[in-house]
Design a protein around this ligand. Structure first.
Ligand code: FES
Length: 656
């Protein structure tokens, strides 16, 4: 519900920061918080569906939309949903502290790690992929040592002129543009270096990026960054040898404004929402830059080149460009290819001399992360028909080989990343990451990240759970609990039956960790969207799953998937497990490759241009398949013969 905004204004004060702002009558507390720069938790972008924006009303009169998302206890204590509450007088609001859980390192596989796996892991054997050790180190931004002629009486042309002559004679750079910032320091740098200086040059645009006194060619660094919706990963790279010096990752701080890209677009349309979102992603990256530089004692001012890879919406937000038309038919981005920008233009304050390039997007919801992923995985060079699947809140898919490629995207929602599931959490320390259920006792065995007491369940364990609950007969094909079971682990609560994964005495929270029928329903919708996306895309190009010869799964989430359970639940097609390969975070690995070799950057641009995009938003076949996917594993069990066989063997198959 949105109200007409009138001229009358109210003062809203936010505690504990004690920040006040005036807002118009008809605006919500959520709008006020954004204008005041106060971050409120939000998954839905402020449309009233997530219940995360609760704040405590300390004083004042409000008009609020009734919501079931607050418990009666919260309501009694005075909590309101900020996005559903309109001031009727001046207000004092207390904002609950947002707790950000400690992130486990989620960089995924480094390019070198992929190689190691190729050697050691059977499932990866035989697949030809880029060997980064053989990549020619040919960065776009290079440092070179030159000598500039010293002036003499009678030969006193300007310092700029003599620098231009040196650039032309020693590097072949004609008419090199010298920006004002460099002009201001030319004279001092030349004299400090005793006429020997290091120039940093863009080998493609031929722009002069920096000058330093003396020989600093050894100190040449770059960053490869995966700008993920949930997690941001930074590699610090030595541009002289292409090696990764260190890496770091952190949650994208934008999560506070919405867990999926659509919620964030909604958020960006309110007040200063776009600036807030750009500020949050920039803050995340800035902190990671500080971390990697501190760890390696690299001066961030020596970083001259940054390659970012993110989905289309994240790339827009990073540049402070509104992606609002991506939410409306016909879903048009402002740009698929963003021109290079200086770090300063997008507020990456610690690397003032760096040029930032973002990997080109393919289309509206298939972004530069996919272009980078296709580059590193060499899908465009494969003879075999390949499905490339980047799993995440926004699932992105590409089918093709060296001859052709088509792509699409499907919103799986945040369920597998911990959203919409009561005891769900991200893959951080304390998360249950794998589950097995004993078919006789129905008790589960669990594996917890960090070997700690469990706090909740992450995506990989949810896939396991859904599969295991199904093949042990605890739930049926619709995800409904078997009410005839007599087990201490299955609680047939009338309103919402649930399965106990870990008893209170075994958990860090001292509460049972459970998965309920409502949770299962959300998971089934998420897996249904992925499968419907895969099969609809195949159908659009006149193929079936049986034509697929190899399947690459990318993304931090994909790295942990148990393929067998993912097939049992009907998320991945029923094909031999040998054709599935896990690649980890291909977005950052592709950005790394494009950073150290300018020809690979061009190749990535070519890949992005050669992919046909198929929109699923208004595709009836997708919706039909999605509805058919809301069963385990699928409405037509014949599409999953190995699962049918397993069910028959276990006496669980029911002919319908
Ligand atoms: S319910 Fe208010 S932000 Fe989601």
């Amino acid at each position: 519900m949105s109200k007409k905004v009138s001229e009358k204004r109210y003062k809203v004060t936010f505690l504990p920061e004690n920040k006040s702002i005036y807002i118009f009558k008809g605006e919500t507390i959520f709008d006020a918080s954004m204008n005041a720069g106060i971050f409120l938790n939000s998954e839905c972008g402020g449309v009233g569906t997530c219940g995360r924006c609760k704040v405590l009303l300390k004083s004042g009169q409000v008009e609020k939309v009734q919501s079931e998302l607050l418990s009666s206890e919260d309501k009694e204590r005075g909590y309101v949903l900020a996005c559903q509450t309109y001031p009727k007088s001046d207000l004092v609001i207390e904002v609950p502290v947002i707790e950000i859980e400690e992130a486990v390192i989620q960089e995924g596989l480094l390019a070198e790690d992929i190689l190691k796996l190729e050697i050691t892991e059977k499932v990866l054997a035989g697949i030809k992929r880029l060997d980064i050790r053989d990549v020619k180190i040919l960065p776009r931004v290079v440092k070179k040592l030159i000598t500039v002629e010293a002036p003499l009486i009678g030969r006193s042309s300007s310092d700029k002129y003599r620098l231009e002559i040196a650039l032309k004679q020693q590097l072949g750079l004609e008419d090199c543009f010298i920006p004002l910032e460099i002009l201001k320091k030319i004279s001092d740098v030349l004299r400090k270096g005793n006429w020997m200086i290091t120039v940093t040059v863009d080998e493609i645009s031929k722009d002069l990026i920096d000058i330093e006194p003396g020989n600093t060619t050894e100190e040449s660094y770059g960053l490869a960054i995966d700008v993920g919706t949930t997690t941001v990963v930074v590699y610090l790279v030595n541009l002289n040898n292409g090696k990764i010096l260190t890496s770091a990752s952190e949650y994208n701080k934008q999560i506070r404004a919405g867990e999926d890209v659509i919620s964030r677009i909604v958020y960006s349309l309110k007040g200063a929402g776009l600036e807030v979102l750009q500020g949050l992603i920039v803050e995340t990256i800035n902190e990671l830059i500080v971390e990697v530089c501190k760890r390696t004692s690299v001066n961030p001012e020596k970083i001259h080149s940054i390659v970012c890879a993110g989905n289309t919406i994240m790339t827009h937000f990073l540049h402070g460009v509104s992606p609002k038309y991506l939410r409306e038919e016909p879903y048009v981005p402002v740009a698929n290819i963003f021109s290079p920008v200086s770090s300063k233009e997008i507020f990456l304050e610690h690397t003032p001399k760096a040029v930032v390039r973002s990997a080109p997007s393919v289309a509206s919801y298939v972004g530069g992360d996919i272009s980078a992923g296709l580059l590193i995985s060499k899908v465009a060079e494969q003879e075999k028909l390949t499905l490339f699947l980047d799993m995440g809140t926004n699932g992105e898919l590409v089918i093709g080989n060296s001859q052709w490629m088509v792509s699409t995207s499907c919103s799986a929602g945040p369920a597998f990343e911990g959203g919409g599931v009561k005891d769900g959490m991200r893959a951080i320390k304390g998360a249950i990451e794998a589950v097995k259920i004993n078919p006789k006792t129905l008790k589960s065995s669990i594996k917890v990240i960090g070997g700690l007491k469990p706090k909740g369940i992450c995506g990989s364990a949810m896939i396991d759970l859904l599969g295991q609950l199904y093949i042990t007969g605890i739930i049926n094909r619709k995800g409904k609990f078997n009410t005839d079971l007599n087990s201490p682990y299955v609680v047939i609560d009338k309103a919402n039956p649930y399965y106990i994964i870990a008893k209170a005495e075994e958990t860090a929270t001292k509460k049972d960790i459970v998965i309920s029928e409502v949770d299962l329903d959300n998971l089934i919708r998420a897996k249904g969207a992925v499968y419907a996306g895969i099969t609809t895309l195949l159908e659009e190009v006149g193929l079936t799953k049986d034509n697929l010869e190899q399947i690459f799964i990318a993304g931090g989430f994909g790295h942990f998937i148990n393929v067998r359970n993912a097939i049992i639940i009907g998320m991945l097609p029923d094909l031999p497990e040998e054709i599935f390969t896990f690649l980890g975070n291909t977005s950052v690995a592709g950005a790394h490759l494009a950073l150290i070799n300018r020809d690979k950057w061009k190749e990535m641009e070519k890949i992005s241009r050669n992919i046909t995009y198929i929109e699923l938003f208004n595709n009836n076949k997708f919706y039909e398949r999605y509805v058919a996917s809301l069963f385990l594993p699928y409405t037509h069990i014949e599409e999953f013969p190995s699962v049918k066989k397993m069910l028959i063997e276990r006496g669980l198959f029911i002919q319908e």
